[in-house]
Ligand binder design. Structure first.
Ligand code: ZN
Length: 81
């Protein structure tokens, strides 16, 4: 599963718990990427009565509805942390 070159292999072989260490590093990365993005911007399709959440103001302002392909209204919303 893991490909090492001779140098890193030699080093890894000396580590007490290489597999455990690798698992821990991967778990750390996974928890980082699993962190939810902040959807602080919203747009609204008047036609479909649908709300959309966005991570940036630009996305919210220029969002087209997934169902009717119309440009959604940008909604100014106060998002409290
Ligand atoms: Zn729509």
């Amino acid at each position: 599963m893991i490909t090492l070159d001779p140098t890193t292999w030699e080093f890894a072989a000396k580590m007490d718990n290489f597999s455990g260490w690798v698992r821990k590093q991967i778990a750390k990365e996974m928890s980082k990427s699993a962190k939810p993005k902040e959807f602080n911007f919203e747009s609204y399709c008047d036609h479909c009565s649908l709300w959309y959440a966005h991570t940036s103001e630009y996305d919210a302002k220029f969002h087209t509805c997934e169902y009717c392909q119309r440009l959604c209204s940008y909604m100014l919303s106060e998002v409290t942390e």
